[in-house]
Design a protein around this ligand. Structure first.
Ligand code: ADP
Length: 662
C-alpha cells in the first residue's frame, strides 16, 4: 500500500478520499487554488500545496503543477477524484512518465471511452447493445439532419466530448433541428473545445440505470450492482438511488453482464461506471436497454453503492492501484437495503436551476440520522465558506440508507427538512418536494419526471404570517439580547421594549413588509403585520422557530424551505430605490453569448433577450415584463454578478410596498 497520495481535486470528493486514506494509514496531500486557501479539503488533508489562481484552468486543470506538487511532497500516487483531470488520458501519461501511479484506469482505457462516438462503435463491436443513432465522423448539417430524419424524431443531439449534460439538445421536430444543433455546438465548443456531435434516437420513457464495475490489473472484473439516476433536470442527476426501483432479475442479469463485458473489452482496471439508457415504456425488459457511455472514474453518486454493498470504493481504488487483487469475488458482493443520495446545490430551482453563489452564513445538517436509517453527509464546505463562481456549486450530498426503499425515502425527506442552509439560494425545498412526489415515491421514475412536474416541484409557497412575524421579531433586535439565542425564552427583552410597538421593516424578494413588534404585559412578544399579509391578526409566537441571522438578514426555516428576509438599513434607502429601477442584472458572472433584441425594440414579458453563458451552461435571460429596451449588453461581453444586462426605457410597475417610515 502507498505511504502517501496526492488528491488532485477539491471539495467534498477530496475530503472523502482523505477519510479513507487516513483509515488505511495512507498520508494525504491536498492541492488548492487561491479561492480555496482556507477550504475544508486543505484543512482535512495531512499536507497541502498551493497550485495557482482560482480559475480551474490555472490550477486544478494544470497537470504539470499537480505532478510537481506530488514529486515535491513525496506522494507516490495521484487520486483524481471526479471532474477536472480524472478522465484526461494525457494527464495519466504524464503521471506515469513522472514515475507516479494514477489511481484509476490506464490512459488507453480512458481514450477508448473518452469520446461518445468512438466508445459506441467499440461497444457495438464487443456485442454490447447501443442506442440506435448516428455516431460517425462526418458533421455537415445536411447530413446530420437527414440522419435525424432516418432515426426518427424525437432525437437527441449530443456532444461527442460531452459530460454533465452539456452540449445536449432534444429535438422534437425537423424544423427545430438546425437551431438546436447550433446551440449544442456552441455549448460543446465552449465546454470541451470540440463541437462535434452525434445524433441518437430519443428513447421513450427513458430511465438512466448505470452499473458500477471494478477491475484489477490481473484481468478480474466484478460489478457492484446498479444505480438508478433517472431523477434528472437538464440531464443532470438530482437524486440517485440503489438498487433501481422495480429492477427485475432478468434485466439486472443482462445489464450487469453487458457492463462486465464492456469493461473487459478495454482491459479495465479501477472503478468505472457503465451508463445505460432503459426504455421503461413497457416496464423493465431485458431487451430494452442500451449502452450510453462509460465513466472511467469514481462517480459523484458512488456512496449509494457503498451503502448497499458495504464496500468502500475508494479503498478498493487504492488497493487495485497499488497492485493488489480485487478484495472480493462476484459471489461475495451482496446487496442489502436501499440507499438514496440527494445533491444539495447552491442554485435557484424556481429560476431554471440557475447556479447561485454566496456565503454560507448558516449551515446545519441533521444530526443524528432520522430513525431507522443511517446517513452520510459528504461535504467540502463549512459554515462561513463561500460558494464561488469558479467551481461546481455543490454544497453537500445527503446519503441515506434504510432497510427498504420506503424507509430510506421517508428518512431522506425528514433529513432534508432538518437541513438548514442560509446565505445562498439552495435546492433543499426542491429536493424535498421530489422526495415527496407521488410518482417518485412509487418508483415510477423516468428522466422527464422532473420536467413534467417542474411547476409543482419548484413552486415555493409564500411565507406564512407566522414565519414573517418570526423574521420581524428577530430583525427588531429582540433576538440580539445578551445571553440568549432564543428571543422567545427571553423575558429580558422587556427592558428594551416599551408598551408602544416598535416598527420593523423587512424585505422579502421585492416585497416590503412593515411589522410592529411589541411586548405584552406578560413578557411575551407580539408582532402585527401590515396588509397584505395579515392586517387583522397579530402573532403571539409560541414555538421557537428555526432561524439564522447576520447583519442585514434573517432566514426562517419552514421544513426544507428557507425564507430569506433582508433587513434594510433605513440609511441605505436611497441606494435601494436606485437598485429597484427597471433594469435586468446578471444573476451571476458569465459571458453574453447571444443577443436577441436591440435598443429601442419593444419586447413582451417572457421574450428571450439574451443568452448568458455561465458555469459552462447557457442560460436564457427573458424579459421580466413588457417594455422598450433602452440599453442591452453587447454580444461577447464578460459580465460580473450584478452587471446591468438590459435597461428598460419604461419603468416597470413595481409591486413593492413602500419602505419609507415617514
Ligand atoms: P453526459 O455525459 O453529458 O452526462 P449522457 O450521454 O450520459 O451525457 O446522457 C445524460 C442524460 O441524458 C442521460 O442520463 C439520460 O437522461 C439522457 N439521455 C441520454 N441519451 C438519451 C437518449 N438516447 N434518449 C433519451 N434520453 C437520453
Amino acid at each position: 500500500m502507498f505511504a502517501k497520495i496526492l488528491i488532485a481535486n477539491r471539495g467534498e470528493i477530496a475530503c472523502r478520499v482523505v477519510r479513507t486514506a487516513r483509515r488505511m494509514g495512507v498520508r494525504s496531500v491536498a492541492v488548492y487554488s487561491d479561492a480555496d486557501a482556507r477550504a475544508l479539503h486543505v484543512e482535512t488533508a495531512d499536507e497541502a500545496v498551493h497550485i495557482g489562481p482560482s480559475p480551474a484552468g490555472e490550477s486544478y486543470l494544470r497537470g504539470n503543477k499537480i505532478i510537481a506538487a506530488a514529486l515535491a511532497t513525496g506522494a507516490e500516487a495521484i487520486h483524481p477524484g471526479y471532474g477536472f483531470l480524472s478522465e484526461n488520458p494525457d494527464f495519466v501519461d504524464q503521471v506515469v512518465a513522472a514515475g507516479l501511479i494514477f489511481i484509476g484506469p490506464s490512459a488507453a482505457s480512458i481514450r477508448a471511452m473518452g469520446l461518445k462516438d468512438a466508445a459506441k462503435r467499440l461497444m457495438e463491436k464487443a456485442g454490447v447493445p447501443v442506442v440506435p443513432g448516428y455516431h460517425g465522423e462526418a458533421q455537415e448539417i445536411v447530413l446530420l439532419a437527414s440522419k435525424a430524419r432516418e432515426i426518427g424524431y424525437p432525437v437527441l443531439i449530443k456532444a461527442r466530448a460531452g459530460g454533465g449534460g452539456k452540449g445536449m439538445r432534444r429535438v422534437e421536430h425537423p424544423d427545430d433541428f438546425s437551431e438546436a444543433l447550433s446551440g449544442a455546438r456552441r455549448e460543446a465548443k465552449a465546454a470541451f473545445g470540440d463541437d462535434r456531435v452525434l445524433v441518437e434516437k430519443y428513447v421513450d420513457k427513458p430511465r438512466h440505470i448505470e452499473v458500477q464495475i471494478f477491475g484489477d490489473s490481473f484481468g478480474n472484473v466484478v460489478h457492484l450492482y446498479e444505480r438508478d439516476c433517472s431523477a434528472q433536470r437538464r440531464h443532470q442527476k438530482v437524486i440517485e438511488e440503489a438498487p433501481a426501483p422495480g429492477m427485475t432479475p432478468a434485466l439486472r442479469k443482462a445489464m450487469t453482464e453487458a457492463a462486465v463485458k464492456a469493461a473487459k473489452a478495454i482491459h479495465y482496471s479501477g472503478a468505472g461506471t457503465i451508463e445505460f439508457i432503459v426504455d421503461a415504456s413497457q416496464g423493465l425488459k431485458a431487451d430494452r436497454f442500451w449502452f450510453m457511455e462509460m465513466n472511467t472514474r469514481l462517480q459523484v453518486e458512488h456512496p449509494v453503492t457503498e451503502m448497499v454493498t458495504g464496500i468502500d470504493l475508494v479503498e478498493w481504488q487504492l488497493r487495485v492501484a497499488s497492485g493488489e487483487k480485487l478484495p472480493k469475488t462476484q459471489s461475495e458482493v451482496a446487496l442489502s437495503g436501499h440507499a438514496f443520495e440527494a445533491r444539495i446545490y447552491a442554485e435557484d430551482a424556481a429560476r431554471g436551476f440557475l447556479p447561485a453563489t454566496g456565503t454560507l452564513h448558516h449551515l446545519k445538517f441533521p444530526q443524528p440520522a432520522p430513525e431507522g436509517a443511517s446517513m452520510r453527509i459528504e461535504t467540502g464546505v463549512r459554515a462561513g465558506d463561500a460558494i464561488s463562481p469558479f467551481y461546481d456549486p455543490m454544497i453537500a450530498k445527503l446519503v441515506i440508507h434504510g432497510k427498504d426503499r420506503r424507509t430510506a425515502l421517508t428518512a431522506l425527506g425528514a433529513a432534508l427538512s432538518q437541513t438548514e442552509i442560509a446565505g445562498s439560494t439552495v435546492n433543499t425545498a426542491f429536493l424535498a418536494a421530489l422526495a415527496a412526489d407521488a410518482d417518485f415515491a412509487a418508483g415510477d421514475v423516468d428522466t422527464d419526471l422532473i420536467a413534467r412536474h417542474q411547476q409543482a416541484l419548484t413552486a415555493v409557497p409564500p411565507p406564512s404570517g407566522e414565519t414573517i412575524a418570526a423574521a420581524a421579531l428577530a430583525a427588531s433586535g429582540a433576538g440580539d439580547l445578551p445571553s440568549s439565542d432564543d428571543p422567545w425564552s427571553s423575558l429580558a427583552g422587556y427592558a428594551h421594549f416599551h408598551a408602544v410597538a416598535r416598527r420593523t421593516l423587512l424585505r422579502f424578494g421585492e416585497q416590503g413588509i412593515v411589522a410592529r413588534v411589541s411586548v405584552r404585559p406578560d413578557g411575551r412578544f407580539e408582532v402585527a403585520l401590515d396588509a397584505p399579509y395579515d392586517s387583522a391578526n397579530s402573532h403571539d409566537l409560541r414555538a421557537a422557530p428555526r432561524l439564522a441571522r447576520w447583519p442585514g438578514h434573517v432566514t426562517v426555516f419552514e421544513g426544507a424551505i428557507g425564507y430569506g428576509f433582508a433587513v434594510p438599513d433605513p440609511l441605505a434607502r436611497a441606494d435601494e430605490a436606485a437598485a429597484a429601477s427597471g433594469s435586468l442584472r446578471a444573476p451571476m458572472p458569465g459571458l453574453v453569448k447571444l443577443v436577441r433584441a436591440g435598443k429601442g425594440e419593444a419586447v413582451i414579458k417572457g421574450q428571450p433577450l439574451l443568452i448568458l453563458e455561465a458555469m459552462k451552461m447557457e442560460h436564457t435571460i427573458a424579459a421580466p415584463h413588457d417594455g422598450v429596451i433602452a440599453e442591452i449588453a453587447a454580444e461577447g461581453a464578460q459580465v460580473t454578478d450584478g452587471t446591468v444586462l438590459v435597461r428598460f426605457a419604461e419603468e416597470p410597475q413595481l409591486t413593492a410596498v413602500s419602505l419609507s417610515t415617514k
